[in-house]
Write a protein that binds this ligand. Structure first.
Ligand code: GLN
Length: 195
């Protein structure tokens, strides 16, 4: 669909833990750049939307026109990877409470769904197409994907729940792959970017 591209991967840097994604890409040796304004998207081949607070990020989206620019970017077939809050922003449906989102990924996702008492946890999950061992996954005030649309592939599960999903050029994780040493998930996304 896209011509092979060597443009850097953009990391949305309006709020959240974008720096750790940059560190991960640095370690892998993949070029990256921070995306702070809608116009920054013109120069990137893919986009990572980090974890943080989806409500705060939405405020920036409204102010800066970043939301519509990301939607347009994704509609052109360019790869977008949302982690945690990023996944919430990509979802078609945000539950409990309902919240605005970009609607680019056909899932229903519930925010802070592991309960207030579990602020964060480290679990293991299976991503059979990506790794032949249980992948370490860090969840921080994580959402749970409650509904998976027909066109969405589940690439990873933990405790029976979908935690890594893909719909065409859109990839989303409810955990934080940038918080472990394991490069698998980022490498998988980078393959999508270079195709
Ligand atoms: N609880 C946050 C939200 O609802 C997501 C947490 C995270 O990104 N680690 O946006």
């Amino acid at each position: 669909m896209n011509t092979p591209n060597h443009s850097p991967v953009g990391i949305l840097a309006v709020q959240g833990d974008f720096e750790l994604h940059a560190k991960m890409l640095e370690r892998i040796g993949a070029p990256w750049t921070l995306v702070k304004h809608a116009s920054d998207l013109e120069d990137v081949g893919g986009l990572i939307m980090p974890g943080g607070e989806s409500t705060t990020m939405l405020k920036f989206f409204a102010q800066e026109g970043i939301g519509p620019a990301i939607a347009e970017f994704a509609e052109q077939g360019k790869p977008v990877f949302g982690t945690c809050a990023g996944a919430i922003l990509l979802a078609k449906e945000v539950l409990k409470p309902p919240q605005e989102s970009l609607g680019l990924l056909d899932v229903g996702i519930e925010r802070n769904a592991y309960g207030r008492q579990i602020d964060s946890s480290v679990r293991r999950g299976d991503c059979p197409e990506l790794a032949d061992y249980p992948v370490q996954m860090v969840f921080i005030r994580a959402p749970i994907i409650r509904r998976v649309g027909d066109g969405v592939r589940v690439l990873g599960r933990s405790d029976g729940l979908p935690v890594l999903v893909e719909q065409g050029n859109i990839l989303a994780a409810t955990f934080h792959p940038e918080l472990t040493e394991d490069e698998t998930i980022h490498r998988y996304f980078l393959k999508k970017v270079s195709h």
